[in-house]
Design a protein around this ligand. Structure first.
Ligand SMILES: [Zn+2]
Length: 317
């Protein structure tokens, strides 16, 4: 099985000054594009009682064969448009900062140093948004894949969010911490699993588990979207007609709005993922709810319109 570089590099934690130097060299040599280190500005809007800020962790490149293994390459490339670079597609990595009352909530933590130099920049984005990591009171996860979790601990192995409690879906936690998971995983994916387990072990004492259907803080509700991973969840924020924080239930807006049934290469359970993807799209289209996508073209805010048995993505920012 082909493993993209970003999933196999759990031990690669570069110190920040070193990586900036290395990246600058790669840009000078023409290996990385000039904009590889550019960081999108925080994008803020109001949703009910929440101040929502999209904070960028940077970008990652996924092979087209992962974006949709069964799609015809030409059809996939046409849907992805400007996101395609060679045989890969550029995916944004966009955690969220939510402020409501005394809560300062981070949804997902980006990829950390292992995904440098194009991702792992959450600390810089938080700073640009006027928030220090120590000010975060709650870190809530959609799921435990590296690009959503590995920004949790720093190079010293300690949590970057010293004053936060951590909130993980029970099914997701139980799946990844299982003692026999590494031995049951194909060899080339074992490094990723160990990396995930290391991050989860570091926050173990401060973890609260939750179930779909629960309300984590007033106006923040959990939606079951298992399939991408066994305990994957999305969230809905109250206010107006609602806002759905999709996580990786819909990893690409242009591709999976048009083809909700297509397989995404990293979905653990294709049928479950597709069913929950359609559930979210139907909820959003029929309820006129806004949607946020972690990997969609920045800042990833848009609406779903039902059309010919599928959906059209209408960016709202
Ligand atoms: Zn992801």
């Amino acid at each position: 099985m082909h493993t993209p570089a970003f999933l196999g590099s759990s031990n690669l934690i570069l110190d920040r000054r070193k990586f900036m130097g290395v990246a600058a060299g790669l840009i000078a040599a023409g290996v990385l594009p000039k904009h590889a280190l550019a960081l999108a500005a925080p994008y803020t809007f109001k949703q009910g009682s929440f101040d929502v800020t999209v904070v960028s962790d940077g970008t990652i490149m996924l092979p087209l064969s992962v974006v949709s293994p069964e799609a015809k390459p030409e059809e996939l490339a046409a849907l992805l448009g400007a996101q395609v670079q060679g045989d890969k597609a550029q995916f944004e990595v966009s955690p969220l900062l939510l402020k409501s009352g005394s809560d300062v909530i981070l949804i997902d933590t980006g990829g950390g140093g292992a995904m440098a130099p194009t991702a792992g920049k959450l600390a810089d984005s938080l700073k640009a948004a006027g928030t220090e990591p120590g000010a975060i009171t709650k870190v809530i996860y959609t799921h435990a894949h590296p690009d959503h979790l590995w920004g949790t601990i720093g190079g010293d192995g300690k949590s970057t969010f010293a004053n936060a409690s951590f909130h993980v879906a029970e099914a997701e936690w139980n799946f990844w911490v299982a003692e026999d998971l590494v031995s049951k995983t194909p060899k080339d994916m074992q490094g990723m699993v160990k990396g995930i387990q290391g991050q989860l072990a570091a926050i173990k004492e401060k973890v609260t588990m939750f179930k779909p259907g629960s309300e984590l803080v007033s106006g923040l509700n959990v939606i079951d979207t298992a399939g991408h991973t066994p305990g994957h969840v999305s969230f809905e924020l109250a206010g107006g007609d609602g806002l759905i924080i999709t996580g990786d239930a819909i990893t690409n807006a242009t591709v999976f709005f048009a083809h909700p049934d297509w397989k995404f290469g990293f979905d653990a359970d294709h049928a479950g993922a597709a069913a929950n993807r359609k559930k979210l799209l139907d909820m959003a289209a029929s309820g006129k709810k806004k949607m946020l996508g972690y990997h969609w073209p920045y800042p990833g805010l848009g609406m779903a319109e039902a059309k010919d048995g599928a959906y059209v993505y209408v960016p709202a920012a």
